[in-house]
Design a protein around this ligand. Structure first.
Ligand code: GLN
Length: 472
């Protein structure tokens, strides 16, 4: 069967009858089955996806199908889908079934998307390599000895390996964009609040956003249009009007700033820097003005992100105590032992590290020195980025300092792993939208991602720029 880059291509063939939803589902199921070593799906909803495909083929024949008919999508194992398992790749939630469907997932279903399964990820979305999973690491289809990125690593990898047309991930500090860059797909983190978080397992609530992983910018735009908008279940879901983003991809010339500090950063691989220079030349050739801008606070973004997200995580994850939720230890004799042993057995090493760190930065003696200071820094970062947006329509950055690294290469050194998030966490700290688009490969054939950040709720601009770059 031919390979489809966009849902529009699929829908054209669906309308002529040269392909059906059931053909598509069978194709993806076959690929999932053929590549178990990549470890991308925790659970495949094979029978259900086939049944739904038949139903949607019928709707297509009757002319009643929704906007996403023909879309076969995988969901990261942090998104609620009623009656289906949900574990956040943690032993803590083994055996748990969602009691309701989250808003973003429901909006996809309402437009006739087919959900093919739930995908491996870092435990509770904490990680940059998908190695922190109770179900074992996911592998990068481009080179299975390498990580697919994280935390939505398997979601990006499944798209790259053709096991689904698109995936839904979550991005707290880069978890959609960084795996997209490592696997060669598009990854979009919308403005904070653009998509409801209802039904997304919380990691750090003031940072978390759901976002699509796709093969084309056009599909990312379409999925955003379907999922975005206010929601009575989530007070932080924004009421700004939702555009038909997929129809606004051709844009007028823009002024784009590139962060000098990012270019000059010692951690940035020279091959990625060279690709970024090529991207600037391409954007200029399209008529955009690209100028260097200064952002002296770049060194503060990683510490600020890890102080605040671990603080939020320590509070969000307090609910998993073996009583209200989650794994309950069989060895415990009384209440406090139940808490201790259940949490000790249920959580993995990285999650424990972050709960400890977050509890420490919130503790009475250290609150001002760490949490308050980090909150002040977050404000400065936001002010600094907003100031850049007074003169620039978008900012250009690398998505990652390196291409996909080897499994095990960074897992012994959490600080080194954290530092690799330097270019992605800024968008979450400041709430602005950002997209990573694939742009060439390095000398080993590993994909490189280029990132655009935009003004709040101006997803159209970064989608348009991403589309131009992807097509150039
Ligand atoms: N890599 C980052 C972290 O480990 C981002 C995770 C995410 O966006 N969920 O926290």
């Amino acid at each position: 069967m031919k390979s489809y880059k966009t849902l529009a291509d699929i829908q054209r063939d669906l309308s002529t009858g040269s392909v059906s939803c059931i053909d598509l589902v069978d194709l993806y199921l076959g690929r999932i089955e053929a590549q178990p070593h990549l470890n991308l799906f925790i659970e495949v909803f094979a029978d259900e996806a086939r049944q739904r495909a038949q139903l949607i083929d019928q709707k297509l024949a009757e002319g009643t199908a929704g906007k996403l008919a023909g879309l076969v999508i995988g969901i990261k194992d942090v998104l609620c889908y009623q009656g289906h398992g949900l574990t956040a790749s943690s032993r803590m939630l083994e055996g748990f079934d969602s009691m309701f469907t989250g808003t973003a997932v429901q909006r996809l279903l309402d437009e006739d998307a087919i959900i093919i399964g739930r995908q491996n990820c870092d435990e509770f979305a904490m990680g940059s390599s998908n190695e922190n999973s109770h179900y074992g690491p996911a592998r990068n289809p481009v080179d299975p000895d390498r990580v697919p990125g994280g935390s939505s690593g398997a979601s990006a990898a499944a798209v790259a390996a053709g096991m689904c047309h698109a995936s839904l991930g979550s991005d707290t500090g880069g978890s959609v964009r960084q795996p997209a860059a490592f696997c060669g797909t598009v990854g979009l983190k919308p403005t904070y609040g653009r998509i409801s978080r209802w039904g997304l397992i919380a990691y750090a609530s003031s940072f978390d956003q759901i976002g699509p992983l796709t093969q084309s910018v056009e599909d990312a735009a379409l999925l955003l249009s379907v999922m975005a908008g206010p929601d009575g279940h989530d007070q932080t879901a924004a009421s700004e009007s939702v555009e038909a983003y997929e129809t606004k991809l051709s844009i007028s010339p823009k002024k784009i700033g590139y962060l000098k500090e990012a270019w000059e950063h010692p951690s940035l691989s020279p091959e990625i820097r060279a690709q970024l220079d090529t991207s600037i030349a391409k954007l200029e050739a399209e008529g955009h003005e690209v100028v260097p801008v200064e952002f002296e606070l770049l060194e503060y973004v990683v510490p600020c992100y890890y102080l605040l997200t671990t603080a939020e995580a320590s509070s969000n994850l307090a609910r998993y105590d073996g009583v209200r939720y989650g794994h309950r230890s069989e060895s415990a004799q009384d209440l406090s032992e139940t808490y201790l042993a259940s949490r000790n057995e249920g959580f993995g090493q990285e999650v424990k590290r972050r709960i400890l760190l977050g509890t420490f930065v919130l503790s009475a003696g250290y609150y001002d020195a760490y949490y308050t200071q980090a909150m002040k820094t977050r404000r400065l970062l936001r002010d600094g980025i907003y100031k850049l947006f007074q003169s620039c329509d978008a900012l250009l950055l690398p998505t990652t300092p390196s291409t996909a690294f080897r499994i095990g290469e960074k897992s012994e050194d959490p600080i080194e792993m954290y530092l690799s998030d330097i270019y992605t966490v800024l968008a979450n700290l400041t709430g602005v939208p950002a997209i990573s688009v694939p742009f060439g490969t390095d000398s080993q054939g590993l994909p490189i991602g280029v990132q655009f950040m935009g003004r709040p709720f101006e997803e159209s601009t970064i989608l348009g720029l991403g589309q131009q770059l992807a097509q150039s």
